[in-house]
Design a protein around this ligand. Structure first.
Ligand code: 16G
Ligand code: ZN
Length: 527
């Protein structure tokens, strides 16, 4: 392989247009689409090297800016087991993207040497993209990066982020996880979902219909595909389908609904208490919402999904009389009331980790059944090999274990998957005979408020204890604690964002007014 080709490609087709330093963050690289061509090309190169480094295993590349506005795009790499790119390679990615075109060839040679990569070995890269209009152009850049190093590239076109993770894992497990195709994905989830319904479409308070807000993103398209293949096992009406003038995530989608606590645009008039679901632009986050009889908006976020799922799994495990270690992983953003409920009512072990899927996923793997969710609606459940074997054995005699076994197939263990998570929630509510009223009455959320604060340098803020305690600048934590102590059930923390050039403030307290005041006071301390 001649590394000259890499330089030639870069210079001729993907020149670096901006010298602004960019960093591989929690969600990979993000930015305005027009500056990302060279980033994409280089990530194609890196994915090829990473695949060779991992003995030829498939590496995924997803092109998306998730819940961000339409002009943005981004790219992240998926490791062989479906995990986020290993932290030790994040800095390799950052350095590779920031070198000049002139230095690129030498720099690639250095990565190869430093990591003892056999450049002649085989390499496999899967690429997927969301439905932003600039994604196809960027996908070609990634593919050219792979080709420049003579790797094998398979393009999946428009897919959700969790679908791409699914394909990577399916291919790397020699298809024991599923078939690495779009049909293979639908087939696995729908089959499990319909077996779990077992013909029972309505039950108790559970009604068999939902409104699905697709955020004008790829989740909408894929949901329409699901509907075509499902046996009318759930009536889903899809809004914000992404056809027509609506822009991705614009006044719709999971992030909008969660942050602004209001329904998305284009909501049809529905009966009070109708279940509504919003996913984000690449369909890896999901939140539920509804309006009550007074027309008030009510949110059921990631914490609600986590508690629902945890309680249900605990129940099934107990009834199956099997001994498995269950655990729930949250972040500092989890509503305090949800944590109290899990610890005190469900008696479920809970741990708290820093923001970002890689931290949650990693921690969840420590349990036999690890449930992880961020309040923003990103999450899934992972089962250890031991758990899978134990459940399979018990399923021969216990109906509850049989249900667990089917749930494993319904869940996309590789990463949070909005559609799979929604089908899981629908299954649990159906089995329990619950409507949203039953679900939301399990505990009362504490009012909460988030603020974004612009500062000169967000990195002067350093945190510890899963971001709940601020250690730098010195003295700030004491000031925060002093303010918090004036509020009943008060809790607040600050942390630098990993995706935007800002500091985030989170506050919760017993009343809405207190929460607003607390957030404001802490915000002032940060400025
Ligand atoms: C990214 C993370 C998400 C996290 C968010 C926080 C992944 C795949 N995504 O979107 O989990 O909640 O960043 O953003 O890890 P922030 O650092 O700007 O608050
Ligand atoms: Zn997303």
């Amino acid at each position: 392989i001649n590394l000259r080709t890499v330089y030639a490609f870069a210079r001729e087709m993907y020149p670096k247009l901006s010298t602004e330093y960019i960093q591989y963050g929690t969600a990979g690289f993000r930015g305005k689409a027009e500056f990302l061509d060279s980033v994409m090309f280089r990530m194609g190169v890196l994915a090829t090297l990473r695949s060779r480094f991992r003995g030829g295993a498939v590496i995924g590349v997803m092109i998306t800016a998730s819940h961000n506005p339409e002009p943005d795009n981004g790219v992240k790499l998926v490791d062989p087991k479906g995990e986020m790119l290993d932290a030790s390679w994040e800095s390799i990615a950052t350095d590779l993207v920031n070198v000049s075109d002139q230095d690129l060839e030498q720099h690639v040679a250095k990565i190869i040497k430093d990591n003892s990569i056999d450049i002649t070995s085989s390499s496999h890269v899967f690429v997927g993209m969301d439905n932003r209009y600039h994604s196809p152009r960027l996908l070609k850049a990634v593919a050219d990066g792979v080709i420049a190093l003579k790797g094998n590239v398979r393009e999946f076109g428009i897919v959700t982020t969790p679908m791409l993770h699914f394909f990577v894992v399916a291919a790397n497990t020699k298809e024991t996880y599923g078939k690495p195709t779009e049909e293979g994905y639908y087939e696995k989830l729908i089959k499990a979902f319909e077996l779990l319904r077992n013909g029972q479409l309505e039950n108790g308070n559970y009604k068999n219909n939902v409104v699905f807000d697709g955020a004008n993103g790829v989740g909408a398209r894929k949901m329409l595909q699901f509907i075509k293949r499902m046996n009318k096992s759930l009536n889903i009406s899809v809004i914000n389908q992404g056809i027509g003038p609506g822009k991705i995530n614009d006044e719709c989608g999971a992030d909008y609904v969660k942050v602004l606590q209001r329904p998305p645009i284009s909501m049809p008039v529905v009966e009070p208490f109708t279940r509504c679901v919003s996913v984000d632009g690449d369909a890896d986050r999901v939140v539920y919402f509804f309006t009550n009889e007074k027309g008030e908006f009510q949110l059921l976020d990631g914490d609600r999904i986590a508690t629902l799922v945890a309680g249900y799994l605990m129940d099934l495990v107990t009834r199956s009389e099997i001994d498995l270690r269950l655990g729930l992983v949250q972040t500092a953003y989890a509503n305090g009331a949800s944590t109290d409920y899990i610890v005190n009512e469900l008696k479920f072990p809970v741990s708290c980790v820093p923001t970002g899927v890689k931290h949650l996923h990693h921690k969840a793997l420590e349990y036999d059944i690890g449930v992880y969710f961020e309040a923003n609606g990103h999450g899934t459940i992972v089962f250890s090999d031991h758990a899978k074997a134990t459940i399979a054995t018990a399923s021969e005699t216990k109906a509850s274990a049989k249900t667990l076994l089917l749930l494993i197939d319904l869940i996309n263990e590789t990463v949070g998957d909005a559609i799979s998570d929604m089908l899981l929630v629908e299954t649990i509510l159906n089995h329990k005979g619950w409507d949203v009223k039953d679900w939301i009455s399990t505990y009362n959320d504490l009012p909460n408020r988030q603020l974004k604060i612009k500062v000169q340098d967000r990195n002067v803020i350093e945190t510890t204890n899963a971001e709940r305690v601020c250690v730098k600048p010195e003295g700030l934590q004491t000031e925060i604690e002093n303010v918090v102590s004036n509020y009943k059930r008060g809790r607040a923390f600050v942390r630098p964002s990993g995706t935007e050039d800002i500091v985030r403030v989170y506050a919760e307290a017993a009343t809405k007014e207190d929460t607003e005041n607390l957030a404001y006071e802490v915000g002032v301390l940060v400025q």
